[in-house]
Design a protein around this ligand. Structure first.
Ligand SMILES: Nc1nc2c(ncn2[C@@H]2O[C@H](COP(=O)(O)OP(=O)(O)OP(=O)(O)O)[C@@H](O)[C@H]2O)c(=O)[nH]1
Ligand SMILES: [Mg+2]
Length: 317
């Protein structure tokens, strides 16, 4: 695979390390669920169901997984409990990769959309600005010309935070003063990006406004203004979710996808949480692909979500 090997040893280490708490949690529970049992029977399956639900996989996805394992146990007659994690890993990976979107190949951008416009949305504190910084770094590393737009004008610190990322990565940023119209910042950012022949422009937005209706109206306004510069923009509306909030992330995904045309998801803060199972549920239940996962605060700690590698890392290979 040479230079096109997207899953290097370093990336695997970051993933394994990031998911270690979730992994530990899941393994401890599974060990408890099969204690004293040599064979996978109904009682073990009941326990397993509880393990998955309490690991934030979500009820619907858990039931699908249990159903698959039940079928397998029926087919194979005698399944030992020592085979269980291997089976779990296979069945979850199969479930996620069946009839679903392909995994992304690295941090790629479509060639025919220039500038490719990414609008980043999500409630406050989930990791939007950080994800933008990490994404900008990856795109730049891939040789792309990147522009940032600081359309979170709600707080002064928000603009400053994105300025710091722009300096760290070494990419231009378009900003105005705090309190200015976010749509106007987006307009300027897209205009500059277009005039300078940029490949990609990433727009930060506020997660907190006076209320939810305001927030949604503002996002609509930003979107509409973008179209004046790039008619088919935004190409990507990336919803950022904080994985460490578990089922809450699920709820946010439901609400946002109902209110805006989100077409990509990023799940952050998977390091330092035992709730990483939530990615499995989100990936299974939303038609929108999980494109990126956040595994730390560092510039390198964003990865393209690859289903099988994720499951392999979680359940050991
Ligand atoms: N451990 C960890 N921390 C993260 C990750 N992503 C973001 N953070 C941290 O989460 C905090 C909030 O991140 P921000 O990027 O400021 O979140 P935001 O969505 O832009 O927040 P607002 O602008 O207030 O809406 C920061 O301290 C980040 O360093 C991650 O993947 N892992
Ligand atoms: Mg922010």
């Amino acid at each position: 695979m040479g230079i096109f090997s997207f899953f290097s040893k370093e990336k695997k280490e970051t993933l394994d390390k990031g998911l270690s708490k979730t992994k530990e949690n899941v393994f401890t529970k599974i060990t408890r669920a099969i204690a004293g049992k040599s064979k996978v029977d109904d009682a073990v399956l009941d326990n397993l169901e509880e393990v998955l639900i309490t690991s934030d996989v979500g009820v619907e996805t858990t039931l699908k997984i249990i159903d698959r394992i039940e079928k397998r146990v029926e087919r194979d007659k005698y399944v030992t409990t020592s085979e269980l994690t291997g089976i779990l890993r296979d069945e979850i990976a199969n479930l996620l990769t069946e009839n679903k979107t392909e995994d992304g190949e690295g941090f790629a951008l479509p060639e025919d959309k220039k500038p490719y416009v990414i609008m980043v949305v999500g409630v406050n504190g989930v990791g939007k600005t950080t994800t933008i910084g990490k994404l900008a770094y990856q795109f730049k590393k891939a040789g792309k010309k990147v522009y940032l737009g600081a359309a979170d004008t709600f707080r002064a610190a928000a603009v400053e935070q994105l300025v710091i990322w722009s300096e760290r990565v070494g990419v231009p940023i378009v900003k105005q003063k705090m309190g200015s119209d976010p749509a106007s910042v987006a307009f300027d950012a897209l205009s500059s990006a277009k005039a300078n022949d940029a490949d990609v422009v990433i727009i930060d937005t506020a997660g907190r406004l006076h209320n939810k209706i305001n927030l949604m109206n503002e996002l609509t306004k930003i979107k509409n203004v973008m179209k004046k510069v790039v008619p088919d923009a935004p190409h990507e509306i990336l919803l950022v979710l904080d994985g460490s909030t578990g089922q809450n992330a699920f709820e946010q995904a439901k609400q946002f996808t109902a209110a805006t045309e989100v077409n990509a998801l990023a799940v952050t803060k998977l390091d330092g949480t035992a709730k990483g199972g939530v990615v499995i549920g989100i990936s299974d239940q939303f038609k929108i692909p999980v494109k990126y996962i956040g595994l730390g605060e560092g510039i390198e700690d964003l990865q393209v979500f690859r289903k099988r590698e994720f499951v392999n890392s979680l359940f050991g290979e």
